[in-house]
Design a protein around this ligand. Structure first.
Ligand code: DX5
Ligand code: ZN
Length: 225
């Protein structure tokens, strides 16, 4: 069972021209690097092409948790697994054959994450919960950093946590992403999230590594499971 709290900084709002250094700043206190991949089709924003993403994965001192906000995860997700990501998360809304993507990510040696946008109900992913390592419930509309935390997603987080707690064997990690900060992380932890992506909260801070530790402490104190 995964009862440990994980804090994964997102470099979406870090300095893209100095990423190696930006990642180093948080490496001592973080669990994973959250790498947001956007294709300007699934979301109205673009981050990295495959070559640049693979470079980042290569020089990151932290294991990489890739979050694929892309239109064709069926083709692309296995490539991220093959190219060194520890965990690869794709969106249900973009997938054609979810079970096949899950199998292919795993076959290429990575953990499997499945993500849902704010409008997608938990019921839509329920049938895959026992096949995945992580469920990502978005707490903003995917596409941009620095948006406000959607408190109304906590109902879905609670629903997911209740479902996960009933599982006897492996319990997947429950991640939230978007608007996570010192003001909102306790609410997410109370609802049952145990993995937190934080972009602007970390990179707008003067002390990013310390911010990660402070976020972790708050989550730990408030996580009841
Ligand atoms: C949003 C991305 C997030 C984003 C989080 O589409 O998936 O990972 O970078 O940034 P903050 O923490 O600023 O909301
Ligand atoms: Zn993300």
């Amino acid at each position: 069972m995964e009862s440990k709290i994980l804090i994964n900084p997102s470099i979406l709002n870090a300095d893209f021209n100095d990423l190696e250094n930006e990642i180093d700043k948080v490496a001592s206190t973080s669990d994973y690097l959250h790498l947001d991949i956007m294709d300007n089709i699934f979301v109205p924003n673009f981050t990295f092409d495959l070559d640049r993403a693979f470079e980042i994965i290569n020089f990151s001192k932290l294991p990489v948790d890739a979050h694929l906000m892309i239109d064709n995860p069926d083709e692309i997700a296995p490539l991220y697994a093959e190219n060194g990501c520890t965990s690869v998360t794709f969106h249900l809304e973009a997938a054609t054959d979810v079970s096949k993507i899950i199998r292919e990510i795993r076959a290429n040696g990575a953990k499997v994450g499945l993500a849902i946008k704010p409008a997608t109900p938990f019921a839509d992913v329920e049938r895959w919960i026992e096949e995945i390592d992580m469920l990502l419930i978005m707490t903003v509309e995917p596409g941009f950093g620095g948006q406000s935390f959607m408190h109304d997603q906590m109902l879905k987080v609670k629903q997911a946590r209740t479902f996960i707690e009933k599982l006897i064997e492996v319990k997947p990690t429950l991640q939230i992403d978007g608007g996570v900060s010192l003001e909102t992380i306790a609410e997410g932890a109370k609802a049952g999230a145990n993995c937190f992506v934080a972009g602007s909260a970390v990179y707008k801070s003067d002390k990013p590594a310390e911010m990660v530790s402070n976020l972790r402490e708050l989550a730990r104190k408030n996580y009841p499971f």
